[in-house]
Each structure stands twice: as C-alpha cells, then as structure tokens.
Write a protein that binds this ligand. Structure first.
Ligand code: 13P
Ligand code: SF4
Length: 311
C-alpha cells in the first residue's frame, strides 16, 4: 500500500493537519504540514483551525495540543508513545516533594503529564526555559521539574539555585562525555551541538546548546562544515535537507543498540498514521477540568514567549 498517498488523501478529505516532531522518521517528517520542536508544535496546535490534528510525536505533545485546542479531535497514532521524562514525575510523588517547599513556585518542562501541569505555575520548553525562568525576579524560589539536566543548565545560565526534580530523558542521559571527546579528537574542526537534556559535562563542552529547532538553525547559520550532534537521531534528516553540503556526526552510544533513537517517538509509523486517520482513533480524551487547569500555565508560557518574540 502507498501510505504516503493514502495519508495525504485522507488528510484532505477529513480537513486534518499533520504535526510532527523532529524525532519522527523521515517519511513522516516529509509529509507533515509542520515539523518542529515542542514550542513550535504547541503554538501550531493552538492556532490550528481544522477538524482533526494528527500528532506524530509523543503523548505529552498530543495532550498539550488537545489542551490548547479542545474543540478539535486530536489523534496520536500509538497511545504507547510516552516519554521517560514525563513518566519520571508521577503526580502523588511530585505533590509530596512540592509540600516540602511551600513558598516555591513550580516551573515545569513541557515533557510532563497534564496532571503535573495542573500543579505548575508556568510551563517551559527547551526553546524558552532560560527566558521563562528569567521572567521571574532573581529572588523567586523555584522548583524545576522534571528534567534535572535541563534544570541544572538553566541554573548555570541564569545564576539561580532552583530546586530540581530528579528526572532525566533516557535517550539523552546515556550520551557520554567520553564518546564525545573521542569524536572531537577525531574531528577537531567539528562544532559540538547539544540538546539541554544531556548531562552537564557535555553541555559545558558544547559550542551551542539548544532545542531541536535551535540546533537546526545553528547548523544552518554556522560557517562550520561539520557538527557533532548530541541528541536524538531524527533531527539529522532536517539538518541534512537544510544543509546538504555539511556533515553531521551523531554521538555513538554502543555497538549493539541505536540508543539515541527515542523508543517512544519511533513507535509512530506510516501504517499507524494511516490507520489513525482512517479510523479517527486513537483519540486523546481528557477530563475537561484537567484541561482547563493545565491550560493556564501553558498559556502563560505562550504569552511570555510571544512578548519575548520567541514565537
Ligand atoms: P524539543 O522541544 O527541543 O524538540 O525537545 C523535545 C524532546 O522531547 C527532546 O527530547
Ligand atoms: Fe521523552 Fe527523551 Fe523521547 Fe524526548 S527523547 S520524548 S525527552 S524520552
């Protein structure tokens, strides 16, 4: 079956839009109406004026799309497409932790469940975390959840001392500084670019740290011809498309697994995408009260981002 043509036809017939994250397989990225990072995807979802949003990404992203556009049917081709960061912060454990810090506000990374968003003051993404945190007075006490690597990075950049929830992304957290140093020695002319979900020693070595959109823009604008890319492999597709004359080296994990492929992002396939559009299932269904409460901190993030011209 020609899934590409079938998906494009269904998309038109059903007045649907396909939003895809940069970590999706190239075939999906190639037919998406928009490919982006979490911030760009949230913004597109909030503005979409369609009957159906098909989200080629992971659960928290589709959930965010539903919260921002509650009147639209949101489909996720595989409901098992979760996220280790979102899973690392169960609501009951997080509330117990939060109770230790009564006068703190909560800044949550968008990679969280809607339940965590309902108890957060503002959401951030890797594309705006520094600016969101810096929109608060320097003496504001802050809990940052759930990514200890991103939180630590923001602490270093802003000179703050936010309390960090101890979560991590299973894909970025296993990249080692040793393998990067080896690659740098073999390719001394290459620039090292890293996603802020990587561990501190990698971020400290990096020439540039940013969200997937930020990394892509950097490779496009840089005069350098070679890059060591410390993030998930999916982003290489757009980097190669955007800059065909440049070389991109992915940080190796080990010989037996492609551990820097996100196992959740890669659950989406062309077949599942086709079936989702055909059957209008699996659909993201949420409790209206949860959606309403979770929307507040996301709207706050979008407002700050607009004011700062980040979107
Ligand atoms: P970005 O918002 O930078 O695309 O990151 C999303 C993500 O899940 C990274 O692992
Ligand atoms: Fe979650 Fe990591 Fe996968 Fe991103 S790469 S969706 S943070 S598990």
């Amino acid at each position: 079956m020609n899934y590409k043509n079938a998906i494009l036809k269904l998309k038109k017939e059903k007045n649907a839009i396909l939003l895809a994250h940069f970590y999706q397989i190239p075939e999906i990225q190639n037919i998406a109406d928009y490919v982006g990072d979490s911030l760009g995807l949230a913004q597109k979802a909030s503005e979409a004026n369609v009957d159906i949003i098909v989200f080629a990404g992971v659960h928290f992203m589709a959930e965010t799309a539903k919260i921002l556009n509650p009147g639209t049917k949101v489909l996720l081709p595989d409901l098992e497409a979760g996220c280790s960061l979102a899973d690392s912060a169960p609501l009951d454990e997080f509330l117990a932790f939060k109770a230790n810090y009564p006068d703190y506000i909560v800044v949550s990374y968008i990679n969280t469940t809607a339940a965590i968003k309902t108890v957060s003051d503002v959401i951030c993404t890797s594309g705006n975390a520094v600016q969101i945190v810096d929109s608060f007075p320097k003496d504001q006490k802050i809990i940052f959840a759930p990514d200890r690597n991103l939180g630590g990075y923001v602490n270093r950049v802003t000179g703050r001392n936010m309390v960090l929830w101890n979560g991590a992304c299973e894909v970025h957290d296993i990249l080692t500084v040793e393998s990067i140093i080896k690659l740098k020695e073999e390719n001394p002319e290459a620039k090292l670019i890293a996603h802020p979900e990587c561990q501190a020693p990698i971020l400290e070595l990096a020439d540039f740290v940013g969200s997937t959109t930020g990394l892509l823009k950097y490779t496009h604008q840089s005069n350098s011809k070679k890059f060591i890319v410390a993030t998930e492999t999916g982003i290489l597709h757009q980097m190669r498309k955007d800059s065909p004359d440049k070389e991109f080296l992915i940080v190796p994990t080990n010989e037996t697994c492609s551990c820097n492929d996100c196992p959740y992002m890669k659950l989406n396939t062309m077949e599942k995408l086709y079936l989702a559009l055909k059957n209008e299932q699996p659909e993201i269904i949420m409790e209206p009260a949860v959606m309403k409460k979770a929307k507040k901190p996301i709207d706050k993030m979008l407002d700050i981002s607009r004011k700062m011209k980040l979107i």
